[in-house]
Ligand binder design. Sequence first.
Ligand code: C2E
Ligand code: CA
Ligand code: CA
Length: 723
Amino acid sequence: MTPIHFKHRLPTADFTCSHQQIADHSNDGLIVLSATLEPLLINQIARQYLGEAELPNDIFKRLLIYTQKRKHIQFNLKEWVQSNTPIIQNAPIQTELLWMKTEQQKSLIPVIFQLSNINSSSRQTINTLLLIQDQSSKIEAEAKVCLMKTSDAGQFITDSLGLITEPNPAFIQHTHLSALKLKKMTYIDWLKAQVVFKVPFDLVMESLLKIGNWSGEIQLTVPQKKAMPAILTLSMLTDENRNIEHFVGVIQDLSEIHDAHHKIEQLAYYDSLTGLANRTLLHNHLEQLLIKYQQKPCYSALILLDLDNFKIINDTLGYPVGDELLILVAQKLQCLAHSNDVVIRMEGDEFALLYQDISQDTSEALTQALGLAYKIQDALDDRYTLENRSLHCSASVGVYLFSKPPQEGYSDELIRYANMAMHEAKKLGGNQVYLFEDRLCNLAKQRLEMLQALNHSELDDEFQLYFQAQINAQGQIVSAETLLRWFHPTLGLVPPNEFIPVAEEGRQIIKIGLWVMHKAFIQAKVWHKKHKKLRVAINISPIQFHEQSFIELVIGLIKFTQVNPNYITLELTEGVLIRNTTLALQKIQHLVSLGFHISIDDFGTGYSSLSYLQKLPIHELKIDRSFIQHIPDNQDDVAIVNTILKLAENKQLTIVAEGVETERQANFLRQQSDSLLIQGYFFSKPVPAEQFEQQFLNPPEAYPENKQTNTLSSQAPISLTTH
Ligand code: C2E
Ligand code: CA
Ligand code: CA
């Protein structure tokens, strides 16, 4: 605005009009007041403030002004103008910041009022100019500068050539470059020096120059500092003619968000104890692999392993020791894995290794997978030092080799197959590798069928007790072990080794075991009348034994059948002592106090510590068939049998040798000890009660005591009835 020049060129008649025109061009509100405070001129902006097109009579009433933004204490403008006019020495008077209500703005706007004298041309009257300056944008600009200064986000502005002119403190901090250095750089210099983009740089520049902005994730790399993940936003500011005025950059640190993501991921996908991947992550990896193999088949292997006897270590030495062992195992597995493999802790003491992309060739892949599995088995079969103790541990390893999936959702099945193979390794005695074969699928199917059949079985119709004789050195019958037989209408004769584990898993063994005890008690009572000293042995499953009501049920059965427990032997496996050892011991003591004899079945195969024997009120040990099978040729087995016999002698325990099939075995055992009982096919297979009675309890002529020879070697097998 050039009012002076303009004023001089205008004719006098137009002067008022010109004043108005000039005033209307101002961005501030202008009101000229006469000495009596009558408005002589009001420009357009001031009119907007007054909210009326016509000249109002009393402008002071129409302007709503407050001293503070929130308190709403009205400011008396008229009084202020009156008290400050005429203005001495033409000096402008400013008030403090005031707050004005306008029709356009909902909230109060900040304004500054300024008074100055306007003398008429005759200099006789002194008019007053009231200037109203809206401060909103100035305050907003100040706020922006303040925001830029205090913001955590790094920000910079450049000039039209791209030179960084205003880096904020956060930007200086993030880049570790001084303001001085930055001001000598263009933003492109900076991008090239410190920013790693995830997209090509050309695309960034194209978007910035064509669309006017670009935003995306980057890595800020400052020498000797950890790379910082960040979001960078670049904008180009232009005038109406698309001339570049500034570039603006904002960089937001994503480290905390990344850390949080990492933590969440860690919790969701990794095991907290070992730091290994968890089951969920294995599923993800498998799904990805299987999708890949649909396009481009290749072989991978899932190697699943479970520690042997971990439960014993955990239960006897406590969880902290168990945890320590798991960490050591995890470390060993990680050392054996290739960089591309994933090591997983599935749960408890179960681990897995996903051996990825082995080969496209089946036999090559198989060789490699088995090679690694054996290496794992070998490495884990070791002594571990835990809390100053040296403990042995090993693992059962299952291997499943796979390629292109036959259907969707195959990853679950794949884990199941590897698991089956691992269980097979376990069944074979542990500490070995087993490669999955289709046969296992059929076995699993049969198991399921069996489980369903067990649920619907009629005990009295389908089950029968068989008995197997235990003979002493004099060839006399001493005892009969009860062995269960299941004749299923469609499945046929199912061997106990097959159905008992299934019935244990499905807990039907509790009902079945009770039925066995009931029938065996009745049988024992009947036989007791004929043969005063005959004992009846009954197998008790750990599941049955650990049932809360086990002792009460046994007491109930004694009362019901009137059996004398002194002639009943309960066969427990070492496994019953693994869980709740103290409670198990109490239960055993209770059974003994009722009169039962306790026998430890399959002795030597399970919990190999003999220390528990000291604590137990047991009567008998049964040497497992696996030690008998190869005597007298296998010297190790001979040594084991002799150790057990010595131990029994010290503790005055009865020893039963199970699974004696040949005369040679029987003679050899007899030479070792004359108090040993022999059970096995050499004398008799398990037979039904009537047959047992006929063979062992009825015909006195078959075993007349006076005809009895002292050594077994000269004696023919009593019966070889097959079942
Ligand atoms: P176990 O208690 O160790 O029983 C001995 C097993 O060895 C029996 O197998 C018996 O038939 C077999 N056997 C005996 N002498 C010889 C021999 O000279 N050579 C060979 N090769 N085997 C011999 P069975 O009857 O098949 O029973 C297998 C397992 O099933 C038993 O092993 C026992 O653990 C379990 N079982 C059988 N009946 C019952 C029962 O009523 N309750 C429970 N809980 N388990 C039972
Ligand atoms: Ca037994
Ligand atoms: Ca046994």
